[in-house]
Design a binder for this molecule. Structure first.
Ligand SMILES: [Zn+2]
Length: 679
């Protein structure tokens, strides 16, 4: 049951903050109900829906013009603002209806030419359909209930049973000019309808007010859901799993291996979803039939391809080689499909990656695969919705989406092909990075630097350090894992967190550390042992657990240690810190020796005098006053006479992470200190 969330009070708030012209007041309500629709994944997910409103606006000459505000590409309804509903002059759009044919490129061009703001995003590809319906407000969704209905073999009949003549029924046509014309003709034959069912595609509703159109969306969707026994919301929420089989890591490595040779091939990010109904779906007896039928709404093909990779228990339990073989066979099928379909096309096409974007892993879950955590999560969301549409649809009479040729036309749409190769991915895209001590000054800088370079980040630090806020400030997808890294099993838990959220691990930055101070004669054994636990044993255990994960993936990996100048150049009272750091320096070299053959690189940074949990304001004050100098001069007490900041350390780690043929190396970041130079 989808709840009607309209509130007069909130609607008024939207109007109060909008410009007080009649057109902008109407647009404010359009933004409000677009957000209400976008908020519910069972109405709209990831671009699968759009909204519009028609207003009159005065142009520069003082003449009134009809303007259609329609969702612009790149905006999500859930967070849309007025700027995400670009205004397009309506008359030229309406005039297009008199044409017999119009290419997609010409359609986009006319739409862009008639934008009120030439810098606005491209209006939706469904703009003309919105333009040809006379209602002021038009709302379009790919609601779960409507996707079930729209893909039934007798969808038109079921639609009439549920809605009588309240909805017009439009046959499947690819979005664009032809669909807009046919839908408008169907509307014209029965102008009393409240909406349209687009077979094998989705739902439209319209009205004279924002509220009326929105409430029709809700009412129609709930009627369809009730008639189809679709109870409750689709559970797309990701979870953190305490245990996932090693096969998830095998899968990630095998996907990269099948993607091409060389260590520079980006690793995919995996997003595992495994609630009760997903696991139950994967056990269905008819799963093999459901596999190859297609997707719930044709635009899903762009995010999840026409079919998922199916890994049965008997396959993935055999390990990485069996998984790789299943992927290779999927790729072969994809290439065959491409050659079969491209033969019909008059335009040249560029074949997309043949790797799967969605995996059905029996007993494990539905797994979204993408170049980034965002892309993987979109694929996982749509994958979960598709599974539900398939299972409910099949039980209600059959899941019969568009055929292969129609799917190909969408997947290889000229407008989609035009986007290829337009943007260069950032250098760290696809890399999953764990950073320990991530709430501290240096850890935060490292996390921010790697995230800016496109990596997906797992931040590890103690509870009570504000780690979750740090994660939020770094990126939408960064994961915070609060733990004491010296506890038993901590390293395994941190690696599992990375696997459960991102599918694996590529880089460990062992950064956490703290200094016990005192002369060697004053220290007791306990203090030294504690310092060893934190500054040596914890990094060692994390490195060991990470290296096991890297080996399993079979695609190299990196261990990076924040060591310290203390490892080679003792400082007064810092013996208890320097001893484990010297051991960590040796550990780095020992691991580099032992792991090189697995293409696992092991490197470190020796930093000195960085403002942090160790070099506190108090510490700086005592050191500088002992030497009779200013704090700033103490901090700049190096060859360069410049303070070294956390960001300089972070940049050194990022640089090491990109030095593909460097291992067992220490980069010194201390502004120059001859006594601490490595010999
Ligand atoms: Zn649509």
């Amino acid at each position: 049951m989808i709840r009607n969330q309209w509130s007069d009070e909130v609607a008024k708030e939207w109007c109060d903050v909008a410009p007080q012209t009649p057109a902008d007041q109407v647009l404010a309500l359009r933004v409000y109900t677009s957000r209400l629709i976008g908020m519910d994944p069972d109405l709209v997910m990831h671009g699968g829906g759009n909204t519009s409103v028609k207003v009159r606006r005065k142009n520069l000459f003082g003449d009134m013009e009809d303007v259609l505000h329609v969702k612009g590409s790149g905006w999500d309804l859930e967070v849309i603002e007025a700027a995400g509903l670009p205004g397009v002059r309506l008359e030229p759009l309406k005039r297009l209806r008199t044409l017999d044919a119009l290419s997609d490129e010409d359609m986009v061009n006319v739409q862009r030419n008639n934008l009120l703001d030439s810098a606005a995003p491209n209006p939706s590809v469904e703009t003309l359909l919105h333009a040809y319906l006379p209602h002021r407000f038009v709302d379009h969704t790919h609601a779960t209930a409507f996707l079930v209905l729209a893909n039934l073999p007798n969808a038109a009949e079921r639609c009439r049973e549920i809605f009588g003549d309240r909805l017009g029924i439009v046959p499947y046509i690819m979005p664009g000019f032809n669909l807009a014309k046919v839908a408008a003709d169907i509307y014209d034959t029965n102008p009393d309808v409240e909406g349209l069912l687009l077979l094998q595609h989705g739902h439209f509703a319209f009205g004279d007010t924002a509220r009326q159109s929105y409430e029709r969306i809700i009412e129609h969707t709930n009627l369809a859901a009730a008639a189809l026994d679709l109870d409750g919301p689709t559970d797309i929420a990701p979870r953190d799993y305490d245990a996932l089989p090693d096969a998830v890591v095998d899968l990630r490595g095998a996907l990269a291996q099948c993607g091409g040779d060389g260590d520079t091939v980006p690793m995919p990010i995996l997003d595992v979803r495994a609630n009760h109904s997903i696991l139950e779906f994967l056990e269905r007896r008819d799963i093999a039939q459901l596999l190859s039928r297609g997707v719930a709404s044709p635009d899903h093909v762009i995010r999840i391809k026409g079919r998922p990779l199916h890994l049965q228990r008997s396959t993935w339990k055999q390990g990485a080689a069996a998984i790789a073989a299943a992927i290779a066979s999927f790729q072969q099928d994809y290439k065959t499909y491409y050659s079969r379909e491209v033969a019909r096309s008059s335009q040249p096409k560029t074949m997309l990656s043949s790797l799967p974007s969605l995996v059905w892993m029996e007993g494990v879950g539905i797994i979204g695969v993408g170049a980034s955590a965002k892309a993987a999560s979109v694929a996982a969301d749509l994958g979960v919705q598709n599974a539900r549409v398939r299972s409910v649809g099949e039980d209600q009479g059959g899941f019969h989406p568009v055929n292969e040729a129609d799917l190909f036309d969408l997947e290889y749409w000229s407008l989609e092909q035009a986007k290829l190769g337009k943007s260069k991915p950032p250098v760290m895209v696809g890399k999953v990075v764990i950073i320990t001590g991530a709430a501290g000054a240096i850890g935060r800088a490292i996390a921010g630097t790697f995230a800016s370079a496109g990596a997906d980040i797992v931040l590890v630090d103690q509870p009570g350090t504000g780690l979750k806020d740090v994660a939020t400030s770094i990126s939408k997808t960064a994961l915070a894992v609060e733990m004491d890294i010296t506890q038993d099993g901590a390293s395994d838990r941190a690696i599992m967190a990375a696997i459960s959220r991102f599918g694996g691990l590529d880089i460990l930055v062992s950064n956490a550390g703290a200094a016990q101070t005192g002369t060697m004669l004053e220290l007791d054994d306990r203090q030294l042992a504690d310092s060893y636990d934190l500054n040596f044993f914890a990094p060692y255990r994390f490195a060991r657990a990470a290296a096991h994960c890297f080996r399993r993936q079979g695609r190299g990996g990196q261990l990076l240690f924040n060591i310290s100048k203390q490892s080679v150049n003792p400082g007064h009272n810092f013996g208890a810190y320097g001893l484990p750091k010297a051991s960590t320096l040796f550990l780095m070299r020992q691991l580099a020796l032992e792991l090189g053959a697995d293409h696992i690189r092991v490197n470190g940074v020796n930093a000195d005098r960085i403002r942090s949990g160790i070099v506190t304001d108090e510490f700086i004050e005592s050191r500088s006053s002992a030497r009779g100098i200013e704090a700033a001069d103490y901090m700049a007490g190096n060859l360069l006479k410049q303070e070294v900041e956390a960001r300089h350390v972070a940049e050194a780690f990022l640089m090491l992470a990109q030095m593909e043929r460097t291992t067992s190396h220490v980069v010194t970041v201390d502004g120059g200190n001859v006594e601490a130079s490595l010999r």
